[in-house]
Ligand binder design. Structure first.
Ligand SMILES: NC(=O)c1ccc[n+]([C@@H]2O[C@H](COP(=O)([O-])OP(=O)(O)OC[C@H]3O[C@@H](n4cnc5c(N)ncnc54)[C@H](O)[C@@H]3O)[C@@H](O)[C@H]2O)c1
Ligand SMILES: [Zn+2]
Ligand SMILES: [Zn+2]
Length: 393
């Protein structure tokens, strides 16, 4: 089969690789019809290079048709249409019992001190072959696979794999009071959907980004926007818009590769030039993130407010302004999305006739799998209006 294979920094290719086969009774094989490129894939494309190996198959936002199931997979069968969650969870351990699927104790990657294994997401998360491929072996399929109805286009359901549950959890964790306000930093796919979900629930939403078409998309969905390129002090602009206090809540949908931190960027680049074993140790012991946006979030949120971090961070020694955090009495919640925890809440919003979250207005590019490398390039460089790229094997 064909798959998107990682070869090196900014080097992914559509290669021929062996077809996957069932290995465990809890596995399923899915023929992929749509598979998305995520902002998280961009970290693998560059800064997480030390944890990747040439030959790794990428991708964690797939959906398709079940080909074959193992003996323990009974809730779906061959021919069913399914979405595959990006985290791999057993559904029956201590963490899964608490809805903390991204911490599943059956699949935790203890070797690296990490939570649940993820599809196509580096050695840190189990080095599981990913879903930007014609076929995917889905581990823990007896619990993971989400059955969706036949009929509507893939675009209606594909975001259940990651974008929508991540955005939903971002809004839940942001704890926006009734009729309150939230600032969303980063208007990539995650920020777009977090902003729309917050609007849908009645919040005032202020979105921040630096890419004109992303700001324009957010405005189409009722978001007030700020172009961070036009202001030296974005938090001050937001305070001016909110009686001098700042928003009740802030969502950081940018993460460790925020623009505007040249020194740290140089360090992240340097790590990429070291041999893997040294770079891995350095990253896990002394790595730092580009904290531009998190620091702005701390500055933006009102006293007593909540920050919800869905952007991925990976540093080990990030310096934080503890005085400000403590004095402002700020609460912070974060983490990988516990995908299945939110699916029942979201499903009614994507499966009806109406489209309250506007999922039909997110994908900007539909490409055949062979053009995946081009998809990565335009998504990373934000060229050609790319906001969400969907690949069709
Ligand atoms: N927690 C989870 O489970 C989870 C799941 C999916 C994605 N993520 C993470 O969420 C983040 C966003 O993902 P995405 O798919 O939307 O990716 P993306 O890369 O398209 O979005 C990031 C956005 O941030 C903007 N940005 C960069 N620097 C900025 C700055 N200084 N101020 C304002 N905006 C800035 C970029 O222009 C871009 O639009 C990534 O870090 C990704 O890894 C987390
Ligand atoms: Zn993703
Ligand atoms: Zn579990």
């Amino acid at each position: 089969m064909k798959a998107m294979v990682w070869h090196g920094r900014r080097d992914v290719r559509c290669d021929a690789v062996p077809d996957p086969t069932l290995r465990e009774p809890t596995d399923a094989i899915v023929r992929i019809t749509t598979t998305a490129i995520c902002g998280s894939d961009l970290h693998l494309y560059e800064v997480l290079e030390p944890f990747m190996e040439p030959g790794d198959i990428l991708g964690h936002e797939p959906m398709g048709i079940v080909e074959e199931v193992g003996a323990d997979v009974t809730h779906v069968r061959a021919g069913d249409r399914v979405v595959v969650p990006f985290n791999i969870a057993c559904g029956r351990c201590f963490m899964c019992d608490r809805g903390l699927y991204s911490q599943c104790e059956t699949t935790q990657v203890r070797e690296h001190g990490c939570g649940a294994a993820l599809l196509g997401y580096s050695k840190l998360y189990g080095q599981v072959p990913g879903g930007q491929a014609e076929y995917l072996r889905v581990p823990q399929a007896h619990f993971g696979l989400i059955k969706v109805p036949k009929g509507p286009p893939d675009e209606r359901f594909i975001y259940l794999a990651d974008v929508l549950p991540t955005a939903w959890q971002a809004v839940e964790y942001a704890a926006i009071p009734d009729g309150g306000s939230v600032a969303v930093y980063g208007l990539g796919p995650i920020g777009q959907m977090a902003a729309r979900i917050a609007r849908y629930r009645g919040a005032r939403v202020i979105g921040v980004d630096i890419v004109p078409e992303r700001l324009a998309m957010a405005r189409r969905h009722g978001v007030e926007t700020i172009d961070a390129n036009e202001h030296d002090d974005v938090p001050a602009v937001i305070r001016d818009m909110t009686d001098g206090r700042g928003t009740d809540s802030v969502i950081d949908a940018v993460g460790m590769e925020a623009h505007g931190a040249p020194t740290v960027k140089a360090m992240q680049t340097l790590t990429g030039m070291l041999p893997d074993s040294i770079a891995q140790t350095l990253f896990q012991k002394a790595g730092v993130d580009r904290l531009t946006v998190l620091l702005e979030a701390i500055d933006t949120v009102r006293r007593g407010g909540t920050i919800s971090i869905s952007g991925v961070y990976g540093g080990a020694m990030d310096p934080l302004p503890m005085l400000k955090l403590f004095d402002k009495q700020i609460q912070i919640r974060m983490g990988q999305a516990n995908v299945k925890r939110w699916v029942d809440d979201i499903m009614p919003l994507v499966s009806g006739e109406s489209d309250p979250l506007g999922v039909d207005d997110l994908a900007t590019h539909h490409l055949p799998l062979e053009q995946g490398p081009h998809g990565y390039e335009i998504f990373q460089r934000k060229q050609d209006g790319a906001i969400k790229v969907l690949l069709h094997p």
